[in-house]
Design a protein around this ligand. Structure first.
Ligand SMILES: Cc1cc2nc3c(=O)[nH]c(=O)nc-3n(C[C@H](O)[C@H](O)[C@H](O)COP(=O)(O)OP(=O)(O)OC[C@H]3O[C@@H](n4cnc5c(N)ncnc54)[C@H](O)[C@@H]3O)c2cc1C
Length: 394
């Protein structure tokens, strides 16, 4: 091994919530792990998020993604507690629940539909008349017609989550190589009876040298489809692309709101310390992050529908981030079929904070035990190749 080569049991491309959580679990399992991050830890989508853990508020049907989100939500209380023990950082896991407001006739239909299927499925959703909802949150729009309450749709502070995962992983022995870009994946063809057989990942080439590892996990968020190989090996096209979203934070002196509150057009999320954040937008601006005048105007206009006083509150921060979205909107989690040791954990789109505990569990089981108890078939990295072979579009 040359001076600029380092050897690990697992190398993780990307230090967002997904990469850091997997690193922590693998180090707990006894592996020597490196996280290679182009910038600083957790400064991309994981930093930009709202921290909402709200599968019921966001789901239109009980599909594979919904079940995965609900399963991950159920892990969160223990996950947050374990993280606090391991890092000393409280991620502000809050359990007040989520309200969903009906403000128009059209909203009535939307909420009614959500209530019908979720109630029939035995999920924990409650109908509140306007008086009840206003007792919970006196500052909401007096034109409120009625509301749904999702008592189990909780929230955390995602920036504290990043800090806690980073510290917990470091305490467990993970090496973080920041300001270091993965330039390519190193893949070798294994010779079987003198003929090229299965391929094996052997590491990554970075801007600071090679990292040698027989397990490489791609957790590079919106940039995951840009990774290249040096061998004549084509990786499955993961079809992951960025979806741009903007957010705004405002000061909210007491009495502040306590619940995450949705309308059909916006959401506001309370944070400890006397402010709320509101979002969001959804645009295809490529890889460029920017806060636009139009984006802010539209978020403020829609947040005012929830909290009429919103426009008068002092702005403390505005930001944007890139949600990693695969072509079908589902995460991409699992081992590569043709390159041994290469595993994907990306495409978490709008749910990466929520899906962090279950993704870390699934990927660490795949790496440490060869398979996971988590049902992952809908999220297979091979699904796009299968669709191409069928001639259907993802
Ligand atoms: C405005 C907004 C609001 C959101 N709200 C929520 C929410 O309320 N709840 C929720 O569950 N989810 C939410 N999300 C989605 C969530 O933020 C993402 O799904 C999640 O953060 C994805 O995590 P990640 O680690 O995969 O990606 P990222 O956090 O983007 O991390 C990927 C990392 O990989 C690094 N990287 C990329 N390429 C390379 C390379 N070649 N070499 C080295 N490093 C590389 C990047 O620098 C980056 O740090 C929101 C997202 C946005 C933008």
């Amino acid at each position: 091994m040359s001076d600029n080569q380092k050897q690990f049991d697992a190398a993780i491309v990307g230090g967002g919530v997904i990469g850091c959580a997997i690193a922590w679990r693998l180090a707990q399992g006894g592996m020597r792990v490196a996280v290679i991050e182009r910038g600083d830890i957790g400064r991309e989508a994981s930093f930009a998020a709202g921290g909402m853990l709200v599968p019921l508020a966001e789901a239109d049907e009980a599909d594979d993604l919904f079940h995965m989100c609900v399963a991950s939500r159920a892990m969160y209380a223990d996950f947050a507690h374990e993280l606090q023990q391991a890092s000393g950082i409280n991620v502000e896991y809050r359990t007040e629940g989520t309200l969903y407001l009906s403000l128009t006739e059209h909203d009535d239909e939307e909420l009614e539909r959500r209530w019908q299927w979720q109630h029939a499925a035995g999920l924990n959703v409650k109908r509140l008349n306007a008086d009840c909802a206003r007792k919970l949150e006196p500052q909401i729009n007096p034109q409120l017609r009625w509301a749904l309450k999702f008592p189990d749709d909780h929230q955390i502070n995602n920036r504290l989550l990043i800090a806690a995962l980073h510290t917990a992983a470091r305490n467990a022995g993970v090496e973080f190589q920041t300001q270091t870009e993965v330039e390519s994946l190193l893949i070798e063809s294994l010779l079987i009876e003198s003929r090229a057989g299965r391929k094996q990942i052997v590491g990554v080439r970075t801007s600071r040298g090679e990292v040698i590892s027989k397990t490489v996990i791609v957790a590079a968020g919106s940039w995951s489809s840009l990774l290249k190989t040096e061998a004549e090996t084509s990786l499955p096209n993961l079809n992951v692309a960025p979806v741009h979203g903007q957010m705004i934070a405002v000061e909210m002196p007491s009495p502040a709101v306590n619940h995450t509150i949705y309308s059909c057009r916006a959401y506001v999320v309370p944070r400890l310390g006397g402010f709320v954040i509101a979002g969001s937008t959804s645009d295809k601006f490529g890889f460029e992050k920017r806060v636009t005048a139009g984006g802010m105007a539209s978020i403020i206009e829609r947040a005012k529908e929830i909290l009429p006083g919103f426009a008068d509150l002092a702005v403390t921060e505005t930001w944007s981030g890139l949600r990693p979205r695969a072509a079908d909107g589902l995460p991409v989690i699992g081992a590569d079929d043709s390159v041994a040791g290469l595993v994907y954990a990306t495409g978490h789109y709008r749910n990466g904070i929520l899906l962090t505990p279950i993704t870390a569990q699934a990927v660490s089981e795949i790496v440490l035990k060869g398979e996971s108890g988590v049902q992952l078939s809908a999220f297979s990295p091979q699904r796009f190749a299968r669709l191409q072979a069928d001639g259907s579009k993802p």
